[in-house]
Design a protein around this ligand. Structure first.
Ligand SMILES: *Cc1c(COP(=O)(O)O)cnc(C)c1O
Length: 390
């Protein structure tokens, strides 16, 4: 009998980057010098003070055994201290914080803990594809909340039909936002919390970019800063982007203890926690969040942003500089779909940018540039763009 994969995989949207992937491989095979703004993964290494801690933690035999399900107590305590200092929100380390194997893992499993078949999941679109996929895997019904430039890439809460809100079990939010770079003001979070209380749903705020900001006087907020948010919300924080640690797989969730307990129940049947040595490295990282190495990561992205944004505006794109994240969400030259625009960039300039439609239909007039490319390469991109006519 030929193998038949499970039907739930057929629910997933088509993989829209295939075309760009193929063109990129062809360009590389032809020996072209490809400038890749596609990768949403820090290009610089993890700071040495974190690697040094890992190097000692790995020799500690305690770390060789199964880790605690919800994280070693010290990791949860240090995460709580970070959270209180950074956002002014006090959390109980036993119950209001748990370790995740990267926030993607938490996002992927959360719907299994809070969505019943037929329940609606509200999904910001364009957005990180995991929200949609994880909702479908749990038997949920995704309802897109379009993010448009006119509204500062915040969803129009009043546009969600009452019938949808009645069936909603979970709302995903993501600020600072991938792919648009938008930041949410506190009053937006306040309105979301009010809506969630009125219609009895859970909010999951996906917040891996709160420390990837460009102005020290304008740091992004946590939804938990809203009084009463902890009654309906959890928030996912990650070390991946803040400390150039994407490969280490370590993050944490904070917020409503019953929601976290439900998530822990799912996880307890799927995984066995984060490698203890990695948690000890993560403790050192969080304790060092104010160190110059971490500020230097932000400085590099700021410098690249300030190099790339004027170039794109000069070369036919329309961009306003993001206040956070390492993404530049550029409106394509007039008349171009994101696929056509990204296709021409690759074919004529060997520049990879991600077509916005890959993050959902409302992204179709945009391409996403990740600031994970060195400054001299950004300057090279400029000279290639100068030769293109749109
Ligand atoms: C990078 C990213 C994540 C995943 O981060 P990990 O903690 O490495 O799993 C989650 N959400 C968004 C929006 C991201 O861009």
């Amino acid at each position: 009998m030929p193998f038949q994969r499970a039907q739930r995989l057929d629910l997933l949207p088509p993989y829209l980057f295939i075309d760009i992937d193929r063109k990129k491989r062809a360009a590389l095979a032809a020996g072209k010098d490809v400038i890749d703004f596609g990768v949403g993964d820090p290009d610089r290494p993890t700071p040495k003070f974190i690697i040094d801690r890992m190097a000692t933690a790995i020799y500690d035999a305690k770390n060789h055994r199964y880790p605690f399900d919800t994280g070693v107590p010290e990791y949860r305590e240090v995460a709580a201290a970070f959270f209180e200092k950074r956002f002014g929100v006090r959390l109980d380390p036993s119950g209001e914080i748990m370790a995740l194997i990267g926030s993607k893992e938490g996002l992927g499993h959360l719907p299994l803990a809070v969505i019943n078949p037929g329940d609606v999941g509200l999904i910001p679109t364009p957005g990180y594809p995991v929200y949609h996929a994880a909702t479908l895997f749990a038997g949920g019904v995704p309802h897109e909340m379009p993010l448009t430039e006119e509204r500062g890439f915040l969803p129009d809460l009043d546009a969600i039909p009452a019938a949808v809100l009645d069936k909603t079990a979970l709302m995903f939010l993501n600020y600072p936002n991938n792919p648009t770079g938008a930041v949410a003001p506190l009053d937006f979070y306040e309105r979301c919390v009010r809506l969630a209380k009125k219609h009895d749903f859970v909010i999951c705020s996906d917040a891996p970019y709160t420390e990837t900001y460009f102005d020290d006087a304008d740091r992004p907020h946590s939804i938990l800063e809203i009084p009463g948010a902890k009654d309906v919300a959890i928030e996912m924080h990650s070390l991946s982007k803040t400390f150039n640690m994407t490969g280490w797989r370590v993050a944490f969730a904070v917020g409503h203890r019953d929601i976290l307990a439900a998530l822990a129940k799912v996880k307890g049947n799927v995984d066995s926690g984060v490698f203890g040595a990695v948690q000890h490295a993560a403790i050192t990282a969080l304790q060092g969040v104010d160190r110059p190495e971490v500020a230097e990561i932000r400085r590099i992205y700021r410098e690249r942003r300030d190099t790339l944004v004027p170039i794109l505006n000069r070369r036919g794109f329309h961009v306003s500089p993001p206040r956070a994240t390492f993404f530049v969400w550029a409106r394509c030259p007039a008349g171009y779909t994101s696929m056509d625009c990204a296709g021409r960039l690759l074919e004529e300039a060997a520049i990879v940018a991600i077509p916005g439609v890959g993050f959902g239909k409302p992204g179709d007039a945009y391409v996403r540039f990740a600031l994970t490319v060195e400054k001299d390469r950004i300057a090279l991109a400029d000279s290639r763009l100068a030769n293109m006519k749109w």
